[in-house]
Design a protein around this ligand. Structure first.
Ligand SMILES: *Cc1c(COP(=O)(O)O)cnc(C)c1O
Length: 435
């Protein structure tokens, strides 16, 4: 399968090139040149299949031409070492729980898949040299990427994060791992971390001496595998007899997650319609209403993984529907909630149902609560475990949130990190010293 750029001026790339490069040379995002529909029989019997069986079938549509089935099935099953179940919150609203992975958030799926795909592609090609993944993080991405690549042979990950600006729960998920993961604590802000990473990729001496790559969320290997759990959600809802008119509500920031759902829909998955649930960052919401896309500076909210003012994957959605606002807004509706509304939603849901939402999932839940029509059943994506936002959630629901064992285990580990200034020369010297 070839991958084209959403800017249409870069040459088409192979899957391997798209995964290793991340971004096309014309700075567009890669898109698969065709999206095959799955046969009707697949959907007729889907509820009888396991998550792994479903995911392997979906993976074959995207990656089957480029990776032998045996290898691909292994990569898929290794990635999905945890379940993505649906759980009833109330009779017409279900939670698709995406927090059962190692870092308790949905990004685990994409990060684990990408790590294994990259390992597959570099095997035997680097003369025994390590591939170095550089990632800048303000919190969640670093933990998903670090844990996704943990123990993956031939790859070393450097996670750059701003000193004192990441919550202790987030920090421990990438500073306590050791092995092939190095946490670099930068004396600066997130933008400094990002600048150091970008400068490294542009430094010809470094690139000559080391193999460098990124694990950005726009990478096709991180974003496409997210389609797996949309199919699984449909299968599980169908088994319950509730998949007739399914509405899927996705808490959205950079819009990678919902775009994977739209790919699933294009492959024939019978989802009736989608809702993109936003916090106060309402750029897509306004686009749906007005047809005008006006990026702005992001505003800080309690659902901070969705604080995005210019969602990268918007161009993928435009590309998927030929830029047709009518088609986009008839399939997807929007919602935007203030922090006050998010807090109230967490409280109301807990008081009425006993289900504890995290601030991101709360946006998805509320959009269903307000927007479901007669005869529809809703599934919202619960993108993170509420314990990751313990203080915020506890204050909202006025009760305590139990920390799952695997999160507590991170918190017990010893912090291992390298102190770094925000001067690129220091970072460069450090990287060179590691070779
Ligand atoms: C990253 C993230 C989101 C936003 O997902 P996008 O794919 O960027 O739209 C939502 N919730 C949580 C918890 C996240 O970590």
């Amino acid at each position: 399968m070839k991958y084209y750029s959403t800017n249409h001026t870069a040459p088409q790339a192979s899957l391997e090139e798209a995964v290793v490069k991340g971004l096309a040379s014309d700075r567009g995002l890669f898109m698969p040149e065709n999206i095959k529909r799955l046969p009707a029989e697949f959907f007729e019997n889907i509820e009888k299949l396991t998550f792994h069986e479903i995911a392997c079938t979906v993976a074959e549509v995207f990656f089957g031409e480029d990776i032998p089935k045996e290898d691909l099935d292994r990569i898929v099953c290794d990635t999905l070492a945890f379940d993505c179940p649906v759980s009833e919150v109330e009779p017409t609203i279900y939670s698709l729980e995406l927090f059962h992975g190692p870092t308790l958030a949905f990004k685990d799926v994409g990060a684990r898949f990408m790590a294994r795909l990259l390992q597959y592609f570099i095997k035997g090609k680097t003369d025994g040299r390590e591939v170095n993944v550089l990632v800048a993080t303000s919190g969640d991405t670093g933990s998903a990427v670090a844990n996704g690549f943990l123990g993956v042979e031939g790859i070393h990950v450097y996670v750059l994060y701003p000193k004192g600006k990441v919550s202790p729960i987030q920090e421990c998920q990438f500073t306590t791992l050791g092995r092939n993961i190095t946490a670099v604590e930068v004396d600066g802000v997130f933008d400094d971390c990002q600048r150091l990473v970008k400068s490294a990729f542009m430094d010809s001496e470094l690139c000559g001496k080391m193999i460098l790559t990124s694990a950005n969320s726009i990478n096709v290997a991180r974003f496409l595998p997210q389609a797996f759990y949309y199919f699984n959600a449909y299968a599980r809802m169908k088994a319950l007899g509730k998949a007739g008119r399914l509405v899927v509500s996705v808490p959205s920031g950079n819009f990678g997650n919902i775009t994977a759902g739209l790919f699933a829909h294009r492959m024939g998955l019978p989802i009736h319609r989608f809702i993109a649930a936003n916090n106060a960052n309402d750029i897509f919401y306004n686009y749906l209403l007005s047809g005008l896309y006006k990026p702005k500076a992001s505003v800080q909210t309690i659902a901070n993984a969705m604080d995005v003012g210019d969602p990268s994957n918007f161009v993928r959605i435009l590309d998927l529907y030929g830029g047709d606002h009518g088609r986009i807004s008839s399939l997807i509706s929007g919602a935007s909630y203030s922090d006050t509304q998010i807090r109230q939603t967490m409280k109301d849901c807990y008081d009425n149902t006993g289900y504890i939402l995290d601030p991101h999932g709360a946006c998805g839940y509320r959009a269903l609560k307000e927007g479901l029509c007669e005869g529809e059943t809703g599934v919202f994506l619960e993108t993170a475990h509420p314990a990751k936002f313990k203080e915020t959630v506890e204050a909202a629901i006025n009760d305590s949130v139990t920390i799952p064992d695997r999160l507590a285990a991170f918190m017990k580990g010893d912090k291992l990190s390298v102190d770094m200034t925000s001067d690129f020369n220091d970072f460069k010297a450090f990287l060179l010293s590691r070779q």
